[in-house]
Write a protein that binds this ligand. Structure first.
Ligand code: UGA
Length: 435
């Protein structure tokens, strides 16, 4: 298959490289010349484990190409993937589809022969219909089929997720498009990766429902964690105890500082708007969004309480800034409101993150960035674990204790054992674990 991937953001780049690795010939297109120049020179715009090697191997073997020219790439393609951004629109929180529609007009003008246009970007229900209408407006004679194929990759584990998906969802009612999509994903299908065919609107809805459900699951366990703290129970054991019930499942039950990232916050808001538009308010999702927002400031209060309310003039060492480990992504990271609240209360904030500091500097300017975890802890009044990077799990706790002015740790990710921390003599506050 010849594939054009429009947009070399996170989804486009990972999907393009993985599809090339399946043996397809993939041309990744982006309007940003600096990004394409970087990619041609072997520089990736994002950090994702394993992506560097995957891209360079497929470029070397001449299956993966990069260009700013959309038209020639689309002309040669059997399948055109739309993987441009759908950020939250300022003001109403709905998904901003201007990048999608802009690309669609260009695709419609350039396509030749039967072409399947696949929406990978997360788009509200009904967008596929609008894309089809736009295409026919630009090119009434076009032989194009519009398919929805949402992505379920997690940052930090994207390649693994791509190669071993729980399911691939394809929304189309056209036989020809269905055959093309089955060919695109043939290697996964052969590995028993379930290919779920459905109609386009249902496919679009599956994506939002999945993210909203996961956001709900996290928010649920976060509230249970708050109750555990007050009622003297342990949320990790509660999560295990309920997660072993297959109807509940053990994943996405880690209590923490609230979900962040480029997907859950944006997609829950967009789903709320869709609900309102259809006169069907989604009250559970509304509550999830509100509870999650409030949680980020309550995390700052937890840090302040660990210093008995005396935060002014104190130095806080933040370990981890990204919204989760194995990424450099700072979008909607809980660390951002936590840092702002602490600064607002007169604290001095230092930070160390293994990958995220370059991105963090763009949003958190009044922070003293340090080159290592130990350097960050040296002389600080309190340590706060915000992101569960593996290197923080392996810290030498005796050294940590000797570096801190007072042995106080607030762990928003529950990465240490309560008994270990007690043995080392820390004042240790974690999430949903009394003790
Ligand atoms: C999420 C979904 O998991 C992917 O399936 C989906 O494809 C993606 O959004 C998307 O729509 O593009 P991602 O945002 O990369 O992926 O990250 P997750 O691993 O889902 O984590 C999201 C947030 O939830 C993070 O802030 C994480 O710390 C938090 N989280 C996750 C918890 O607090 N507890 C958990 O148990 C799991």
């Amino acid at each position: 298959m010849r594939i054009a991937m429009i947009g070399t953001g996170y989804v486009g780049l990972v999907t393009g490289a993985c599809l090339a690795d399946f043996g397809h010939v993939v041309t990744c297109v982006d309007k940003d010349p600096a990004k394409i120049e970087g990619l041609l020179a072997g520089r990736l715009p994002i950090y994702e484990p394993g992506l560097d090697q995957l891209v360079s191997r497929n470029v070397r073997e001449e299956r993966l190409f990069f260009t700013t020219e959309l038209a020639p790439a689309v002309r040669e393609a059997n399948v055109v993937f739309l993987a441009v951004g759908t950020p939250s629109r300022r003001g109403d929180g709905h998904a901003d589809l201007s990048y999608v529609y802009g690309a669609v007009r260009e695709i419609a003008a350039a396509a030749e022969g039967f072409t399947v246009v696949v929406t990978k970007s997360t788009v509200p229900v009904g967008t596929g219909d609008e894309v089809e209408r736009l295409i026919l407006e630009v090119r009434p004679d076009a032989d194009i089929s519009v398919v929805s194929n949402p992505e379920f990759l997690r940052e930090g584990a994207a390649i693994e997720d791509f190669k071993r998906p729980d399911r691939i969802v394809v929304g189309t009612s056209e036989e020809r498009a269905r055959a093309v999509m089955a060919e695109v994903y043939r290697p996964l299908h052969l590995n028993q990766g379930p290919l779920l065919f459905t109609d386009r609107r249902t496919s679009e809805m599956i994506k939002y429902a999945a993210n909203a459900f996961l956001a709900t699951k996290i928010t649920f366990i976060n509230e249970i964690a708050d109750l555990c703290e007050k009622a003297g129970a342990n949320v990790q054991e509660v999560a295990r105890g309920i997660g072993l019930d297959n109807r509940i499942g053990s994943k996405f039950l880690h209590a923490g500082p609230g979900y962040g990232g480029s997907c859950f916050p944006k997609d829950t808001l967009a789903l709320l708007r869709t609900g309102q538009e259809h006169g069907t308010p989604l009250r559970i999702i509304e509550a999830v969004v509100g509870v999650n927002d409030a949680r980020k400031t309550s995390m700052a209060r937890k840090v302040i309480a660990a210093l008995d309310g005396n935060i002014a003039g104190k130095t806080v060492a933040m370990l981890g800034l990204t919204f989760k480990p194995n990424t450099d992504d700072m979008r909607e990271s809980p660390s951002i409101p936590i840092v702002f609240s602490l600064l607002d209360k007169g604290a001095r904030v230092r930070a160390y993150d293994p990958q995220g500091m370059e991105e963090a500097r763009k949003v958190l300017t009044d922070v003293d960035y340090r080159a290592s975890a130990y350097d960050c802890l040296d002389g600080a009044d309190i340590a706060v674990i915000v992101t569960e990077w593996d290197e923080f799990r392996a810290l030498d706790l005796e050294r940590v204790k000797s570096l801190l002015k007072q042995p106080v740790i607030v762990d928003l990710r529950n990465i240490y054992r309560l008994d270990d921390m007690a043995r080392h003599g820390f004042r240790y506050e974690s999430i949903g674990r009394a003790g």
